[in-house]
Design a protein around this ligand. Sequence first.
Ligand SMILES: C[S@@+](CC[C@H](N)C(=O)[O-])C[C@H]1O[C@@H](n2cnc3c(N)ncnc32)[C@H](O)[C@@H]1O
Length: 280
Amino acid sequence: MNYRHSFHAGNHADVLKHAVLLRMLTLMQRKESPLCYLDSHAGTALYDLLGEDASRTGEYLDGIGRLWSRDDLPPLLADYRDAVARHNPDGQLRLYPGSPQLMADGLREQDRMIVSELHPEDALTLKEYFAGQPGVAVHQRDGYELPGAFLPVAEKRALWLLDPPFEKGDDLQRCLQAVQTGIQRMRQTVVALWYPIKDQRLLRDFYQRISQAGLPKVLRVELNVRPVDTQLGLNGSGLMLVNPPWPLWEELEQTLPWLAGELAQSGPGGWRMDWLAGEP
Ligand SMILES: C[S@@+](CC[C@H](N)C(=O)[O-])C[C@H]1O[C@@H](n2cnc3c(N)ncnc32)[C@H](O)[C@@H]1O
């Protein structure tokens, strides 16, 4: 396990993932009934953007850094920026909330959160950090086991972030299997599966498998900050959203063109959004 999210916290991929995730939680919370948030590859709670790891890559500067001081953000992005700002009350961008922190901040009394992280150091930090916080359970275990272990949830409403580091060649396949297990166990589970846009050949196969996997509804959302064939690494990222709450689709249509323009790094940024299964 070499991947450490502290090098990448707040980058363009986190902006897309966290802004969409936060909005999905808010939309699901329009109903009073409780929900359970599952975070299978959690990372840690708070990242120091001025610390050694984040400073070394400077990736956050081209992510949250580009949105931080803007007063013209589309509403979905303004909510996300404000959520980050709550951890930086003096107005200086320094602390960045990872997915477990961002979502813990948004949970209501009736909601619950189940988190898993395999890296011993991050798992311990999370356990200590959330110790005694009602409704939060932290496990040091393989996140791919989460749907089999915890779905269906008693609340009958679940939002699950599946966000592995993609260090291994079979991660896309393992994600697909985990999502299928989750949906078989609780069909209405709302899933956000994050994936990197690097290898187009692998992705084409993944898209085909997702669209044939028998999932109820799947919305593909992608944001590119560089042309897709650039050999520099992470050219963009995507989210496969299973059962996305309404009207996320319409809201993202208003947001993604703006975001693609603002986060572009070389040449024009790009985005796309379409249904791979169950177009409403
Ligand atoms: C992309 S990072 C998570 C970022 C976090 N979800 C966020 O958005 O702030 C992926 C995390 O998965 C952890 N990890 C790797 N393999 C895992 C596994 N099999 N089960 C659970 N966690 C794993 C890594 O240690 C890393 O912290």
